[in-house]
Write a protein that binds this ligand. Structure first.
Ligand SMILES: *Cc1c(COP(=O)(O)O)cnc(C)c1O
Length: 370
């Protein structure tokens, strides 16, 4: 049992799409499935302008280019390493700021003290699909003239008070990697506010070509191909069922694991329509075994949980020389990183499997207390 299993549509449903691709003989470069998927996905997510990408990391790299970000960028150490890597690849300096332990996201109250004359942007992450404090972050960005790019790789379909979280800030990026809630095998997208920005991003993801002979920017190859787009179109037909299954699993975990000594659950505000992308628990000092021991107990039973996010990004060799990488000013990120465990959650996880996972936790507690 892994922490996740990719969402795969029935094979026979994909065959007609393949037949069409073989007939068209257009495999990439903004073919018919690309156009159709871009429109249907934007409509599904409730956003107006969206650019498809071959993966989430290229989308991140391109988003930073699209806004011509320079100098220092404030970001979270509590994320997947691609968040910060996208800054280094653009010659930018990450400035790590601590997280709010309640949301697992960048703590807005700690952002201002990290701003310098070189700061040009904030790159927060909606960790686990739980929304950042977007109102406060925007206020700071407005006060200091900073851009905001959300790494929304975990936040597919998340809404707050009925509105998509993906329209916050200047740009948001999504990942459709196989391990994510919604996948196109590999894939990603940038959500942008207007047609003009979309045009610039579309140039940037296609080497900078504006037409056959004109190059308007130093672009990259970030294009999603026709097989990915067709796969995505088919996945859209199954995503609502998958999201519903995730919600039911999360509700059941909550029932099974509430009020267990030493286990903390992360609460998602009522107003958030969460995608249950992950099911994180915190194993604190009151639990009889350490987080790593519990992780190993699961592993011994063939259950793969994940320590997302451990180690913290600031501890990796290409980051730890930065002044902001000092753990002394990242206490909450360090505590969460040492206590976090993400339990398996994917649509076809069975009730029995889920019960076995919860029982391993409660069993470990009772054995060691008795
Ligand atoms: C998955 C992920 C990415 C990278 O997306 P890819 O599609 O795998 O390139 C970036 N940021 C976060 C937070 C992620 O979880």
């Amino acid at each position: 049992m892994a922490v996740t299993r990719p969402l795969l549509p029935p094979l026979e449903e994909f065959i007609p799409y393949l037949e069409q691709i073989w007939q068209n003989r257009q495999l990439t470069n903004g073919g018919p499935f690309h156009q159709q998927f871009e429109q249907e996905l934007a409509a599904y997510l409730g956003v107006e302008h969206l650019c498809l990408f071959n993966n989430g990391t290229t989308a991140l790299l391109t988003a930073l280019q699209a806004l011509r970000i320079t100098g220092e960028v404030i970001t979270t150490p509590y994320s997947f390493v691609a968040t910060s890597h996208s800054l280094l690849w653009n010659g930018l300096t990450p400035v790590f700021v601590d997280i709010d332990p309640l949301t697992c996201n960048l703590d807005p109250e700690k952002i201002e003290q990290a701003i310098t004359p070189r700061t040009s942007a904030i790159l927060p992450v909606h960790c686990y699909g739980i929304p950042c404090n977007v109102g406060r972050i925007q206020q700071i960005a407005d006060d200091y003239g900073l851009k905001v790019i959300y790494d929304a790789a975990h936040a597919f379909g998340v809404r707050v008070a009925g509105k998509s979280i993906l329209q916050q800030g200047d740009l948001s990026i999504l990942s459709f990697h196989a391990t994510k809630v919604f996948n196109t095998i590999e894939g990603g997208a940038i959500i942008c506010p207007d047609a003009k920005t979309k045009k610039r991003i579309d140039y940037l993801k296609n080497f900078g070509f504006a037409n056959e002979t004109t190059i308007v920017a130093t672009g990259i190859n970030g294009k999603m191909n026709e097989l990915q787009a067709a796969f995505g179109l088919l996945q859209l037909q199954h995503i609502d069922a998958a999201l519903l299954a995730r919600k039911q699993l999360a509700a059941r975990y909550r029932q099974l694991l509430t009020d267990i000594k030493g286990i903390e659950l992360i609460t998602v505000p009522e107003s958030v329509d969460w995608n249950c992308a992950y099911f994180p628990i915190l194993v604190n000092d009151a639990f009889p075994v350490s987080r790593d021991q519990l992780y190993q107990l699961f592993k011994d039973k063939g259950i793969l949980t994940r320590r997302y996010f451990y180690p913290l990004i600031n501890s990796f060799p290409m980051y730890r020389g930065l002044a902001s990488a000092d753990d002394a000013h990242l206490p909450s990120a360090n505590r969460l990183s040492s206590q976090i465990l993400c339990l398996p959650v994917y649509p076809d996880l069975t009730a029995d499997e889920q019960l076995a996972i919860a029982t391993l936790i409660t069993g470990t507690l009772s054995e060691n207390v008795a």
